[in-house]
Design a binder for this molecule. Sequence first.
Ligand code: 1CP
Length: 383
Amino acid sequence: MEEASLSSSSSPRSPDGGPGGDRGQAFPKLQNDTFLRAAWGEATDYTPVWCMRQAGRYLKEFLDTRAGQDFFSTCRSPEACCELTLQPLRRFPLDAAIIFSDILVVPQALGLQVTMVPGKGPTFSAPLREEQDLDRLQTPVDVDQELGYVFQAITLTRQRLEGRVPLIGFSGAPWTLMSYMVEGGGSPTMAQAKRWLYQWPKASHRLLGLLTDVLVPYLVGQVAAGAQALQVFESHAGHLGPELFSEFALPYIRDVAKRVKAGLREAGLAPVPLIIFAKDGHYALEELAQSGYEVVGIDWKVDPALARERVGKSVTLQGNLDPCALYASEDRIGQLVERMLDAFGPQPHIANLGHGIYPDMDPAHVGAFVEAVHRHSRQLRRK
Ligand code: 1CP
């Protein structure tokens, strides 16, 4: 068993991503640290791989577990989250698990009501319409009380993983969460949220700061509960462009990394690798590579070789097969993976899709993707 105490390793390269957490639990010893090694920029025997939305409706067992349960009730059930997290691991030799949850549990913790409407997506009953609406938010947030169910899901899952692969925790980045809180759900333009940025920059900064203040203890709490890496999703970077991004997104992305690292130190927890995934944020790749994250995720619209040129050698890249490539034949998926691995080159790389798996995708093709990454990356290392 791994050490159960608080203090322990000060090495940032602790192979299992840190001590057992501060709640006194001991976790099974990690057997496959390939993902963590690549995240810390170390050489690996093959390229580790996981998939965004690897738990999802494309799996029959996911639909069976979710049947009749409302989405956010599922998120509040540690047993259900654990089961959904483990399902893709039973099918495919993935190199990491990601806890089943949602980025929108944070706006809920701030007192906003969010439901998942089938066929429509997340829906807020009373979005933030004007500046004064910020007063409706319930701050400060006691993350143990409001989000303790996520921590419990992480601890349970880390136990049940039996050390097979590391467990990733996650959150949305401040701008992406703000955009949902203002729009009240998904939106093709994010015009209402951007209206805030242009019309009420001060209130926007207040909201973004307030979200950052919740995200920091939330992410540190996930590590204390057993998460061995953290991914921050800036899914709506593409709506901003360089100017708005540098004023309203990047400073908070940086602040989250800096304060999470400090928070882990203060709690006596070993550092874990941080991943930033700013979808359609290619215009800010250089800045993202300097923003305090060990790993930068890229979507499929970015050429991996160009991305590597732009970010230099200081970070690990993650990505970036077009999720729709999974509609291709298994042979073709193999060829596309080969091309992708070549384009990423010899620097540390974590293979993934450029965004999440869609519900109508064939699980066998997800398997073909994972298998091709392992096979071709081993071949490349023998060359
Ligand atoms: O009923 C269902 O099953 C709905 C589908 C679904 C799933 C499987 C939603 C609704 N959320 C999730 C789980 C989820 N969400 C995970 C689980 C772990 C895994 O990847 O396996 C993660 C990491 C998220 C994160 C998340 N939620 C993001 C960031 C990633 C991304 O897709 O860019 C975002 C933007 C959300 C919001 C959200 N939740 C669900 C939907 C359909 C959406 C997008 C809504 C929209 O903008 O239109």
